[in-house]
Design a protein around this ligand. Structure first.
Ligand code: GAF
Length: 387
């Protein structure tokens, strides 16, 4: 474990004592994620290639056996959530939905749980598309389960996190973010096949490369409503194909030749993106394995074009950042990352270029939008753990 992470966790545990006057019984730490490629494929039974990163959310818990009081301190969000687990409670903010939702979902798995002091802190920028919410769910659920030594299979744990989103936050997200946060491995990406719910570790033997994320400075306000629309559009396209072709039993059976069956042009475009994006995941892996940088650049560019024009989840600022990145002479590729409508672009380039690239893209963005985009280098890290 690197020193930054160890020091940060030690300081987190000290702060727990300052808040509650108790030493936490358990501390779980879960990372955010980048997604190298495979966007909007998870809820369509496709493929993705995420990696866990060196930014985390930590949750520490001290169970209260003689009280039904639950208190969550989340100082990064200037928030305190308090409720009585024996009384009805209605969350009034997204954070309350995450906190209350995770506790409610996990309570049936715990025989002793009554009340608790909980501290949640993080180093993941919130709302920038690197999965602060999944990391929060993973760390909180892992910590709750550990108070009674309950173990869950990683896939089942990810499904509980997904249920927090579905049932309490009202976003129909897939399993990409929690799986990456749970199963990531330093120096590796995770090829996830969402039709089998299987994962494969892919070594990232590209020591001379860096991954930089550049923030579009756009609040992802449309993100949840438009996200749910895309889920519904894909569902409608799938149903139409299924009705007309009995060989298609699952979304993962959909191939290029099925696309003309979809009568709604917009839904057809959505599936065209998904079918091609799945292929791009394996092409990207081959490009990494064979160090084919020009090939990687072509694949990442095609992914962005598809998200921009076929899936329509980009925005002006993201497109500007991507176009500007591609004008930089030495680049291995760039594309928007995550759900879209704001958040970050992901840029892969030689590490030696990072000091020149960051001011280059920041200046160009400033000229156009009079805002300074936050650009940061991210390293891969291990998935969630106890510390
Ligand atoms: C968001 C969702 F939470 C993921 O499930 C995934 O669909 C992603 O957008 C797009 O690939 O992060």
């Amino acid at each position: 474990m690197n020193t930054t992470k160890r020091n940060w966790i030690e300081a987190h545990k000290k702060r727990f004592f300052q808040y509650f006057g108790k030493t936490p019984v358990v501390t779980a730490v879960a990372p955010g994620r980048i997604n190298l490629i495979g966007e909007h494929t998870d809820y369509n039974e496709g493929l993705s290639l995420p990696a866990a990163i060196d930014r985390w959310i930590a949750t520490s818990i001290y169970p209260l056996s003689d009280s039904t009081r639950i208190e969550i301190q989340a100082p990064d969000m200037s928030a305190v959530i308090r409720w009585d687990s024996a009384q009805p409670f209605t969350p009034a903010s997204a954070l309350e939905s995450y906190g209350y939702g995770a506790v409610e979902l996990i309570r049936p798995l715990l025989s002793q749980f009554s009340g608790a002091y909980i501290l949640i802190e993080g180093t993941i920028p919130i709302g920038s598309g690197i999965s602060s919410s999944a990391a929060l769910e993973v760390s909180l659920i892992k910590a709750l389960l550990a108070t009674e030594d309950v173990q869950l299979d990683p896939i089942v744990l990810a499904q509980y996190c997904q249920q927090v989103e579905h049932q309490f936050v009202n976003v129909k997200s897939g399993l990409l973010d929690p799986l990456a946060s749970i199963m990531g491995l330093q120096g590796h990406a995770l090829r996830i096949d969402f039709s089998q719910l299987s994962t494969q570790i892919i070594p990232l033997e590209w020591e001379h490369c860096s991954v930089v994320l550049c923030h579009s400075m756009v609040q992802r306000s449309l993100a949840s409503s438009e996200y749910s629309k895309r889920v519904d559009e894909c569902e409608a396209g799938f149903k139409e194909i299924q009705l007309n072709d009995s060989s298609v039993l699952r979304k993962s059976d959909i191939r290029k030749e099925h696309l003309p069956i979809i009568s709604n042009e917009r839904n057809r475009r959505r599936w065209e993106h998904v079918v091609n994006e799945n292929q791009r995941v394996d092409l990207f892996i081959q490009a990494v394995q064979h160090q084919q940088w020009e090939q990687m650049k072509t694949i990442l560019h095609a992914s962005h074009m598809s998200l921009q024009h076929l899936y329509e989840v980009s925005c002006m600022e993201l497109d500007f950042l991507v176009d500007t990145a591609y004008r930089y002479p030495t680049l291995y590729g760039a594309r928007m990352m995550g759900g879209g409508f704001g958040g970050n672009i992901l840029v892969v380039l030689p590490s030696s270029e990072v000091p020149a690239f960051i001011p280059y893209i920041q200046n160009a963005f400033y000229q156009k939008f009079k805002l300074q985009p936050i650009c940061q280098v991210y390293q891969t890290d291990n998935g969630a753990s106890f510390l």
